[in-house]
Design a protein. Structure first.
Length: 195
């Protein structure tokens, strides 16, 4: 490492003459009267922490899943009842047996969509009113990032397909199935009569 050399006597004298001849760029500010001086700032106090105290050796709480949208079952339950109310109540209680059913779980979206269209239109042609569509509940995927990922792609996509053409004109009501028919992993679809 290199040692810094000090200033010689000649260099110090030269510097003191330069510093004495220098003029300030801005004039000194005049003192403000006490009435105009701003009040002293209050010290900023940090808000209390919402985090729970953690002791060394204590196990951390499991990370909750984060699905920002309302569950699909809650959304379907909030829709108005279009079909006969007594039949709707019996359907929700699992007292009506579906006329036909299809199991889509394990299929990709590209495989499931045409199968669903073919099944629902065929069921209406055969005069069926209540069909059961099994989607499965879905497996939780890897949560690698801050953006939430939904579980059960088919479970969320099937109700949307049932509202869109060509199935929208055929389907009267969609609800989550009763536990004995698959619960949250299946849907009851009530079809319009073929005219």
């Amino acid at each position: 490492m290199r040692r810094r050399r000090g200033l010689t006597e000649e260099e110090r004298e030269l510097w003191s003459r330069v510093a004495a001849s220098a003029q300030a760029m801005h004039a000194a500010r005049p003192e403000l009267p006490a009435a105009l001086t701003p009040p002293p700032k209050e010290p900023v106090v940090a808000p209390p922490s919402l985090a729970r105290a953690f002791r060394v050796g204590e196990k951390a709480a499991p990370k909750p899943g984060h699905d920002l949208a309302a569950p699909i079952g809650a959304h379907l339950a909030a829709l108005p009842v279009v079909m006969d109310r007594k039949a709707h109540r019996n359907m929700l209680r699992g007292k009506l047996e579906p006329d036909a059913k299809i199991d889509l779980h394990g299929m990709t979206l590209a495989q499931a969509h045409p199968e669903l269209i073919h099944f629902v239109l065929g069921a209406q042609d055969r005069g069926h009113r209540l069909v059961l569509i099994i989607t499965g509940k879905g497996k939780p995927g890897r949560d690698d990032g801050p953006i939430p990922q939904r579980t059960g792609v088919l479970r969320h996509q099937v109700p949307q397909w049932l509202r869109l053409p060509p199935l929208g004109a055929v389907v009267m009501q969609v609800t989550e199935a009763h536990l004995k028919h698959g619960g949250a992993g299946a849907y009851y679809v009530y079809l319009r009569r073929l005219r």
